[in-house]
Design a protein around this ligand. Structure first.
Ligand SMILES: CC(=O)N[C@H]1[C@@H](OP(=O)(O)OP(=O)(O)OC[C@H]2O[C@@H](n3ccc(=O)[nH]c3=O)[C@H](O)[C@@H]2O)O[C@H](CO)[C@@H](O)[C@@H]1O
Ligand SMILES: C=C(OP(=O)(O)O)C(=O)O
Length: 418
């Protein structure tokens, strides 16, 4: 079941509800390791990354039970294990977010180096910088990060050389149980970081400033408040449907979305002549006018998200004129260009810059997804293309999109798994 077949040239029309955010959910599930009490989580997307993370935290001793299609109960545990196994962490990049919580809860951790999509080298030096400033002793041995600290972690002042999402989250989770105050400077401002901070505060943490450049955390001895928490909508899933709607000349309304979270994308789509109409928690996307070429640079939030870059490359491949994309976050995120070229796209890649000369139509053929967002981009390309597109390695898509083919079919697409 790992090939997706798309018959193209049909505009998407209708309404679709956006799922809970993958990246917020993954971090929040790691944060559950810090809690001694039961947690109920709402708006959890049933996607393969979440399933793998649930296996990992179950291995650590927590119990996860689905109470409904998107509601999870996570039991607190009096004691959690120290080690995450390679067999599970190799499937999931975000498994590295267990390092901070385990160091804080257990004062020791053995976390297998994470796997996930091959989109760049993805070092963890900034995670290490923060945790060692707090007194942790960390080393990498035989593919595992081994950490220990004598006594509790100590609050510290940490400046991140780059506003890394993962480093901000890992250090923030470690700091909530540290002794004293931690000040994190030049941190990531992504909505998922704010969602994690809100969740931790609901558990009893004392975090201020999430969503700004500077986060202050006053450590507390334990987190034990029983919590019911609803995860934010997924801005990348929402964005993917928005681009798919624009690419097919369709008219789609997204429900359960936070419009400011997708503003960096909405602004670019408007520049390309796409009509984007926002209400309180809905966005309607349509294309009454011919589209225009645009330039994009990926940046940390509130800049344009790297996780939306591949999908935009598909769209721009059929917009008349020259568009330019500069990828500033992950050095290996242009792999989809060679697959789009197989469909006829004219895209030149040099280092971090892609130059796209729009052509009138893409043509369906066999392509393969190389990572999650490349997979989504190829689905969008298939929806626009003349003929049939077969996307191999569709399991990448399941990492981050819940039941994508059925939801696209509900908008009029012809998509199936074979
Ligand atoms: C599970 C999750 O939330 N994944 C998201 C998270 O990934 P992730 O947290 O891995 O991304 P980061 O923000 O950490 O990475 C951004 C940049 O910083 C570099 N870096 C990072 C850490 C470090 O210690 N040293 C270092 O040099 C990375 O190589 C990359 O060039 O944010 C990315 C950037 O928005 C998104 O694309 C991912 O979808
Ligand atoms: C890169 C992504 O995720 P991860 O960090 O989990 O690999 C993504 O969601 O596009």
């Amino acid at each position: 079941m790992n090939k997706m077949v798309v018959r193209g040239s049909r505009p998407l029309r209708g309404r679709i509800r956006v799922s809970g955010a993958k990246n917020a959910t993954l971090a929040i599930l790691c944060a559950c390791v810090l809690s001694k009490n039961e947690v109920i989580l709402e708006n959890i997307p049933d996607i393969s990354d979440v399933r793998v993370m649930l296996e990992i935290i179950s291995y650590l001793g927590l119990q996860a039970t689905w109470l409904g299609e998107d509601v999870l109960k996570i039991s607190g545990a009096a004691r959690v294990g120290d080690e995450t196994p390679y067999q599970l962490t190799k499937k999931l990049r975000a498994s590295n977010l267990l390092l901070g919580p385990l160091m804080a809860r257990n004062t020791a951790a053995r976390v297998a180096l994470p796997g996930g999509c091959n989109i760049g080298s993805r070092p963890m030096d900034l995670h290490f910088k923060g945790l060692t400033s707090m007194g942790a002793d960390l080393e990498i041995r035989s593919g595992y990060i081994e950490g220990r600290v004598s006594g509790r972690l100590q609050g510290a002042r940490v400046y991140l050389d780059f506003p890394s999402v993962g480093a901000t989250e890992n250090i923030m989770m470690a700091a909530v149980l540290a002794e004293g105050q931690t000040i994190l400077e030049n941190v990531a401002k992504e909505p998922e970081v704010v969602d994690l901070a809100n969740f931790l505060n609901a558990l009893g943490a004392r975090i201020r400033g999430a969503g700004t450049d500077l986060i202050r955390i006053d450590g507390v001895p334990e987190l034990s408040a029983p919590v019911r928490y609803s995860v934010i909508p997924d801005r990348i899933e929402a964005g993917t449907f928005m681009v798919a709607a624009a690419a097919t000349g369709g008219d789609v309304s997204l429900e359960h979305v936070i419009p400011p979270h997708v503003e960096p994308l909405s602004a670019k789509l408007r520049e390309a002549n796409v009509r984007v109409e926002e209400a309180e928690d809905t966005i309607r996307v349509s294309t009454p006018e011919p589209l225009l070429p645009i330039n994009i640079k990926t940046m940390p939030y509130p800049g344009f998200a790297t996780d939306m870059q591949s999908q935009m490359m598909s769209l721009l491949s059929v917009v008349p004129g020259t568009s330019i994309i500069v990828e500033n976050i992950f050095e290996n995120r242009f792999q989809v260009a060679q697959e789009l070229r197989r469909m006829g796209a004219q895209i030149k890649v040099e280092g971090r810059v892609a130059v796209i000369e729009g052509i009138p139509r893409l043509h369906g053929t066999q392509v393969k997804s190389t990572d999650l967002r490349a997979g989504a981009a190829l689905v969008i390309a298939g929806l626009m293309a003349e003929g049939t597109t077969e996307i191999q390695n569709a399991h990448f898509i399941d990492r981050g999109y819940r039941d994508l083919e059925a939801r696209l079919r509900s908008l009029g697409a012809d998509v199936k798994r074979v």
